[in-house]
Design a protein around this ligand. Structure first.
Ligand code: GLA
Length: 400
């Protein structure tokens, strides 16, 4: 098992609130090594699931109500599971309700359910706490309602929930890796075909995530704006490059040759996506060959491109990357996730992680007054059903 004991006490808490529990799911957060803002452009990404998870304990109800309790926020919501009662409220509950709504719209007949949710994934830090919540809830609801489900299909339904119900036009990366990740590997995912390859993560190196503690609160609007800019870029370029569907179909040379068609901002947005897309397969090959110097260079180029061309970094992320690259034993560092705050991802020699942690905490706090969380992360499997007995032996009798 790669995960911590984040499920301890989960079932007894559920029991206190709702009575007997019948199943549980663990859905992991993720970190992306490279390939940022490429997913919704039909491109490549290279994420891994991490050992911080969202845990969902669940039981069916006799009526048609859905009750969801968030342990982190100590809040419970209750709705009637018919299409008319599921509305967006711009709160955390939009994620579970969005999932229920999309599942129903897709033809699944859901039973009423009680869900108890605990998340260890820092919220709003760019580690996919929302995708993990969506995926955990989707698996629990489908399972309780008697459906066999397929992982990639769950990922697509959850992405739809976020796009159509929550209103964030995210790509498929987070939900996909949450569903399909493999421990000790990163996934090279083609976000257009959804074909993927598991690339072994090098031994002796660890993923270290540094949280700037700057929340990407206004990120949603900016995120959707970037996505629009990319679509507009494709529209302009398609006047001379017929047949292109997405920036995935445009090469750096095509972009340079047609630069005059685009405003400076549009040109830089497109340049980020196109060059980033070229970097991802290169990084996967370098990782496979154990060429960590090349991986590190590609990560640095990615960060600069996100900072200067895509403009989704912030001073704290830049500082965090800068501090990391000055440390011994560090192969690569960059911002990860949507940006505007959140975390950096760092590849650090196992032997250097303690020193790295100490140094980053000290220097970052001195420079910003914020105390960063620094996590040394294990990679993890994708979403999985929790063996209830194994998690909490005392509640074994509660199994169906
Ligand atoms: C967020 C989105 C993803 C992806 C990243 C940026 O995490 O949910 O779909 O677009 O931003 O790479």
């Amino acid at each position: 098992m790669t995960y911590t004991n984040g499920s301890t006490g989960l079932l007894s808490k559920f029991k206190e609130l709702f009575g007997a529990v019948s199943l549980g799911y663990r859905a992991p957060g993720r970190v992306n090594l490279i390939g940022e803002h490429t997913d919704y452009n039909g491109g490549f990404v290279l994420p891994a699931a991490i050992g911080f998870s969202c845990w969902v304990a669940a039981a069916a109800r006799e009526d048609a109500k859905l009750t969801v309790h968030s342990e982190n926020l100590n809040e419970t919501i209750e709705v009637l599971l018919d299409g008319n009662h599921l509305h967006r409220s711009r709160k955390w509950s939009d994620y579970p309700l969005g999932v229920a709504s999309i599942l129903q719209k897709s033809g699944y007949r859901l039973r009423g359910a009680n869900l108890y949710i605990r998340s260890e994934i820092p919220l709003g830090a760019g580690l996919s706490s929302s995708a993990a919540l969506e995926v955990g809830v989707a698996c629990a609801l489908l399972d309780l309602s008697g459906y066999q489900f397929e992982r990639t299909n769950v990922a697509m339904l959850c992405q739809r929930a976020e796009n159509e119900f929550v209103g964030a036009r995210v790509g498929i990366m987070d939900q996909f890796v949450c569903c399909n990740a493999q421990a000790a590997h990163v996934l090279l995912l083609d976000c257009r075909s959804l074909e993927y390859r598991a690339v072994p993560f090098p031994e002796g190196v660890q993923i270290v995530v540094c949280n700037t503690m700057v929340k990407h609160e206004h990120g949603d609007g900016e995120y959707n704006a970037r996505r629009r800019e990319c679509e507009q870029g494709v529209q302009r370029l398609s006047t001379v490059l017929p047949g292109i569907q997405a920036l995935r179909d445009v090469s750096s040379r095509d972009l340079e040759n047609n630069r005059k068609l685009l405003s400076d901002t549009a040109y830089r947005r497109c340049r980020h996506v196109i060059t980033e897309n070229e970097r991802v397969p290169k990084a996967a090959v370098a990782l496979e060959r154990g060429d960590l110097a090349m991986v590190g260079k590609l990560m640095a180029d990615s960060h600069h491109s996100l900072r200067d061309d895509y403009e989704v970094s912030c001073p704290e992320l830049d500082l965090m990357v800068d501090l990391a690259t000055k440390q011994p034993g560090v192969h690569g560092a960059r911002m990860t996730g949507g940006g505007f705050g959140g975390c950096t991802v760092n590849l650090v020699d196992r032997a250097s992680t303690s020193e790295f942690k100490r140094h980053i905490k000290e220097k970052y706090t001195a420079a910003t007054g914020r105390r960063p969380d620094v996590f040394v992360c294990d990679t993890s499997e994708g979403v999985e059903r929790i063996p209830l007995g194994a998690v909490e032996p005392a509640t074994r009798t509660l199994q169906p």
